[in-house]
Write a protein that binds this ligand. Structure first.
Ligand SMILES: NCc1[nH]cc(CCC(=O)O)c1CC(=O)O
Length: 305
């Protein structure tokens, strides 16, 4: 074994550092004696905090700087939240491991109310996610939806500062940061759909780096890989980036893979939903099929294509 440490490029938010440290610990457990270190850095997605991600535009806002570090050999792998990883990676990079998914639900967080349906009329709810806004509008057209960006702790501080009656965050992020007690209720699939890939951690590396791929192989979870492939293919079929109002959730049964998807209009609160079951041997085909179904039903108009 090489004595050089394996270097993990990561963003510096508390959640990103937790996820990178988690990968480091799993690697040390799988390969006793392997030295692993974090290389923390800032991305454009972390720097521009005054605008919704959908407005800043561009895919992979949270990836670019980490990929540059991989190319310049300043790091060997980069750890991401899979839901921040665009459907198509830049050439020369590969996702070499997908870790077992945590709770994919969104979390309803409030200091005054237990659930979305308990909120009074015209209550203020914070989220900058178009997917969350569209589903909130569909369930509660009366709500006042307000932008809310920043890392998990920033968003909780804004809630505690009285700017909102409630906010919606990924349950997985709160749980990883030891903040599960803040979750008042879950907005769970299939009624409410998460982002494609939500709650899964992905490891990216330079394509063709077989030594690194072999080191990461024990961390890969084949079941999570199948479900997120279906979700991400659905997103890609709809023109895919994490900023579109697209929700997807797949679940692996004993005999089949079941995929649920939706496309929403965050302004009008219209939701187009569909679901399909198929073989777990072809998750991408299932995602493409469901995406094509929704496009036929009018998703193209919703997405402004
Ligand atoms: N877009 C930010 C982001 N990226 C991943 C997570 C949560 C963790 C995960 O989905 O793995 C979050 C925070 C949130 O949406 O509340």
């Amino acid at each position: 074994m090489s004595s050089l440490p394996l270097r993990i490029a990561t963003r510096q938010s508390a959640l990103a550092l937790w996820q990178a440290e988690h990968v480091a610990q799993r690697l040390r457990a799988a390969h006793p004696g392997l030295a692993v270190e974090l290389v923390p850095m800032t991305t454009r997605g972390d720097q521009v905090l005054d605008r919704p991600l959908a407005e800043i535009g561009g895919k992979g806002l949270f990836l670019k700087e980490l990929e540059v570090a991989l190319l310049q050999q300043r790091a060997d792998i980069a750890v991401h939240s899979l839901k921040d990883v665009p459907a198509a990676l830049e050439p020369g990079f590969a996702l070499i491991a997908i870790l077992a998914r945590a709770d994919a639900a969104d979390a309803f967080v409030s200091n005054t109310h237990a659930a979305l349906l308990d909120l009074p009329r015209r209550a203020r709810v914070g989220t900058s996610s178009l997917r969350r806004q569209a589903q909130l509008r569909a369930l509660r057209p009366d709500l006042e939806l307000l932008d809310l960006r920043g890392n998990v702790n920033t968003r909780l501080a804004r809630l505690d500062g009285g700017h909102y009656d409630a906010i919606v965050l990924a349950a997985a992020g709160l749980e990883r940061l030891g903040l599960a007690a803040r979750i008042r209720s879950r907005l769970a699939a299939p009624d409410w759909l998460p982002a494609p890939g939500q709650a899964a951690i992905a490891v990216e590396a330079r394509a063709g780096d077989t030594r690194i791929s072999a080191l990461l192989a024990p961390l890969h979870d084949a079941e999570t890989d199948v479900v997120v492939r279906a979700e991400r293919a659905f997103n890609a079929a709809l023109g895919g980036s994490c900023t579109l109002p697209v929700g997807a959730w797949a679940v692996l049964g004993e005999h089949e893979l079941h995929l649920y998807g939706l496309v929403g209009d965050a302004v009008r609160g219209t939701l187009l939903r569909a679901d399909l079951a198929g073989t777990a041997q072809a998750p991408e085909a299932l995602g493409q099929l469901l995406g094509a179904m929704l496009l036929r039903e009018g998703a193209a108009a919703l997405l402004g294509q």
